[in-house]
Design a protein around this ligand. Sequence first.
Ligand SMILES: [Zn+2]
Length: 281
Amino acid sequence: MIIKNLKSEKKIILTIDFEDFFFDFSSEIKSNQIKNLENHLMKIYLEIEYILKENSIDKGVTFFTTGNLIERYPDLVKEISLKNEIALHSYEHNSPKNLSYEKFEKDLNDAILVYKKVLKQDPKGYRAPNFGVGDDINYYKIISKYFKYDSSYQLNNFLKEEKFDGIDEFPIFKNNFLLPSRIIGGTFLKVFPYYMIKKFILECIRNKFYPIIYLHPYELNTDFSFYVNCFKENDLNIGEKLYWSLRQLQWIGYSNFFVKKKLNFLLKEFKVLGRMENFLG
Ligand SMILES: [Zn+2]
């Protein structure tokens, strides 16, 4: 079933897609560049903890974490799990729509295996990289075999409810102003001014959904540590090298300073519902 905000409460759900952009993007462009960013990610995590504490969010939030990050930095993930829920965000951070159903299921299993090994329990929640499961019911059937809830579905009305037999769905509300914008995270959180973000959030609430904020570690960071040099060790052609260099500026470089400010405004104005695992239907 779809989790709804039937009373139109002024509440938001804060989530973190806790992934290592450098590792994921470097693998995606088939570069062998390796960088250990554990200390860096820890610093960003502590900053998130500080923001949560400042806003009296005592019981933690949900961190959607990739299997590859759990495998490489188990101590960091254990530390986060002391105060927050760890859910999964795939093993390799490939968008599911680029994978066959078999490969998608294998990726889930790889992530679950490392999760259990490190955290000694079963994960409850899942979010697809790039929310890349679209409307394809077969992906949701596979997800529901392993998880109690999912937060990958993008919608702007209550139709298509029937997909979610056997799993609780926290949908990402889509606003169709100018471009379809997801409520609200990533580039949308960066480029829209605060008054617009607030307008989108209120629209989501009017439509009886919970606005979901999805933050990435590289958005809270201003020192370019996650930047992958596309001109080194890969098979991209010159056009692709330039394209991916610029796209990275959009993801990890542009206006990160303002993300923190907007987040602080949001947390002052809307009450945050904590871990997703605590309010399943
Ligand atoms: Zn992601």
